[in-house]
Design a protein around this ligand. Structure first.
Ligand SMILES: [Zn+2]
Length: 116
């Protein structure tokens, strides 16, 4: 797994064979590779699984009222991209609580353009 900064895309993670794994824009994944091979709806399905598990409730403030929910990765996917679709690494947060979490992606350290 390799990672490199792409100015217009912020972060670009590639598989060992050089194919795209994940592209982040401003900390938001805009393209994700999956086993089925392609720019998939996997993320949409996965999000729904997380929200359903958490009963569409923000796990920080307990609000059910908030309209915007976000999937938060407990371990930053910039460091642990293989945990991207690990439901145990996720929690549901409302937009407001999510905003108070430091941006992991922008603050991560990249050494030699490679993460292992
Ligand atoms: Zn909240």
């Amino acid at each position: 797994m390799y990672i490199r900064m792409v100015p217009e895309k912020d972060i670009h993670i590639t598989n060992h064979d050089g194919s795209d794994y994940c592209v982040f824009e401003k900390g938001v994944p805009i393209w994700i590779w999956d086993d089925r091979g392609g720019n998939s709806r996997a993320w949409g399905r996965f999000r729904r699984m997380v929200f359903e598990r958490d009963d569409y409730t923000c796990q920080k403030c307990g609000s059910k009222e908030k309209k915007v929910l976000r999937v938060h990765h407990k371990k930053p996917v910039s460091k642990f991209p293989n945990l991207y679709y690990d439901i145990d690494n996720t929690t549901t947060l409302c937009d407001e609580c999510h905003r108070h979490i430091p941006k992991m992606v922008s603050s991560m350290k990249i050494r030699g353009g490679k993460i292992t």
